[in-house]
Design a protein around this ligand. Structure first.
Ligand code: SAM
Length: 241
């Protein structure tokens, strides 16, 4: 079916993404639960298990938004985290949530564009990006930056929407993302455009194999992926050796 989605011109992408997340920041968590029927929580639990937090390891969380990955890491006993996002509104919701959960030590916040990370080479043990890569304009630049800041032996993990691989799921998923999501966006958040952007950006994102190839192109070794919920989402990972 042709749902009329369009590629956002490169020069328009950053301001558009900024406007989307400025607009959704305060409702982001509740909309996430509604729109995914809570399933994003399960995906993030699987992601955190794969990430395997450890006390001695340093994590950089890119596009950290309201903090789910960071909190999973800290709750799992992980070491110091730098939680980052390009959008100060999203990050400040994340900081409020951190304070109310009692996460005050071992946690710092910084506004960071994942395409240009203001950190030296080889300083982090783990780098994550969850539902963030899709929103970045130059995805390969993000992957290269993630690798650059990792220590040799460090690992990068990405959780993102991917390509549905179960044929029977496709029509239901299409109807959900192109009919139900924008309608929910306009009724609940009074913001149809942001949720339309969400559905479109998901369709434009590289599939499992293409993203794995991009990981290799960025220099990662032992690249692997795991599809979740029939390919609606996927976890990709690679090591810096
Ligand atoms: N990681 C969180 C999660 O899994 O719930 C938040 C994901 S949210 C869908 C996407 C985030 O990507 C937004 O907070 C947005 O501001 C951020 N973002 C978009 N472009 C970015 C960029 N170039 N660098 C860093 N973050 C970016």
């Amino acid at each position: 079916a042709d749902f009329g989605f369009r590629a956002v011109p490169r020069e328009e992408k950053k301001p558009l993404v900024r406007a989307v997340f400025d607009s959704v920041a305060s409702r982001y968590d509740v909309m996430n639960d509604l729109m995914s029927l809570g399933i994003h929580r399960v995906w993030k639990r699987i992601f955190n298990a794969e990430l395997a937090p450890q006390p001695g390891l340093k994590l950089l969380d890119l596009a950290g938004g309201t903090g789910d990955v960071t909190f999973g890491w800290l709750a799992g006993g992980g070491g110091p985290v730098i939680m980052t996002d390009i959008n100060a509104n999203m990050l400040s919701v994340g900081r409020d949530r951190a304070i109310s959960r009692g996460y005050v030590s071992d946690l710092s916040f910084c506004v960071v564009d994942a395409e240009q990370i203001p950190l030296p080479d080889r300083c982090m043990d783990r780098v994550t990006i969850s539902f963030g890569l899709r929103n970045c304009t130059d995805k390969l630049a993000v992957l290269k930056e993630a690798r650059r800041v990792l220590k040799p032996g460090g690992r990068f993990l990405c959780l993102e929407f991917s390509r549905v691989q179960v044929a029977a799921l496709a029509p239901i998923y299409d109807a959900w993302s192109f009919k139900v999501l924008p309608t929910m966006g306009s009724l609940i958040a009074k913001d149809r455009d942001s949720y339309q952007y969400l559905a479109e950006s998901i369709r434009m994102f590289p599939d499992q194999e293409t993203l794995a190839d991009m990981f290799r192109e960025a220099g990662f070794s032992h690249v692997r992926y795991q599809s979740l919920s029939g390919g609606i989402a996927a976890i990709h990972s690679g090591w810096r050796l």
